[in-house]
Write a protein that binds this ligand. Structure first.
Ligand code: E4P
Length: 230
């Protein structure tokens, strides 16, 4: 499963890519606006930090397919081939998706809440569809089940489109996505960190350290290797 980070904060992106196996960055207009800075300068900085090998998903803001296509072309000139244009699903979005797909753009259809929206986006040529798990859970729908059914449909029809599950509030939601065949998740840095946190892991590491120090004091493995080399 691909782990992607859902933030436009440069310091957080730097931290996450240094410590975690991160496949890319996703943003949306809400995430961008939280940084209160020039949009083009910001996406250029993010691109510099993540490099060409990681995906960079940027949401378009145009209302019509024509506006979206114009934005997609302009953004590709700024970002390059690792750009994935995020397009909200809808009639204009699907029209833009079909045309941009034919022109070789990478596309992530976003704001997906139903299985049929996802299937339609896949048939239009989207590379990823992004169903919103927590927002579905908030309305007493079952976000994980929706993701699972989308993944099964794509497999059944032999579609290459991947499910990029989005909108998470808990580590448990993320884990369940990996159990139902989600191909990728995008999570904020706080959720990402919570995925590897466990108090028993911390206790275990502390115990190992205490047992080592009870015999060898503060000497490290490297101190001992160097002693033998002398
Ligand atoms: C990503 O594609 C979505 O825009 C994002 O994950 C939505 O998350 P939220 O429901 O926490 O705003």
């Amino acid at each position: 499963m691909l782990y992607i980070i859902d933030t436009a904060n440069i310091e957080k992106i730097k931290h996450c890519i240094e410590y975690y196996p991160i496949a890319g960055v996703t943003t949306n207009p809400t995430i961008i606006s939280k940084e209160h800075t020039d949009f083009i300068d910001l996406i250029r900085k993010i691109e510099d930090v993540i490099g060409n090998d990681r995906m960079f998903h940027i949401q378009l803001t145009g209302d019509t397919a024509e506006q979206m296509m114009e934005e997609a072309k302009a953004l590709r000139n700024v970002i390059g081939d690792n750009l994935y244009v995020k397009i909200p699903v809808g009639e204009e979005g699907l029209k833009a998706t079909m045309k941009l797909h034919k022109e070789g753009f990478h596309i992530t259809e976003t704001a997906i809440f139903t299985q049929q929206q996802a299937l339609m986006a896949a048939m239009a040529g989207a590379d990823f569809v992004a169903p919103y798990v927590n927002r579905l859970d908030n309305i007493v729908s079952d976000g994980v089940n929706v993701v699972g059914e989308i993944a099964s449909m794509f497999q059944r029809y032999g579609l290459k489109t991947k499910v990029l599950a989005a909108s998470f509030k808990t580590a448990e939601q993320v884990h369940k996505i990996s159990m139902v065949g989600g191909h990728a998740v995008t999570v904020n840095p706080e959720i990402l960190e919570s995925l590897i946190y466990h108090p028993l892991t911390m206790y275990a590491i502390d115990d190992f350290k205490a047992d080592w120090e009870s015999v060898y004091g503060k000497k490290t493995i490297m101190d001992m290797v160097k002693e033998k080399e002398q």
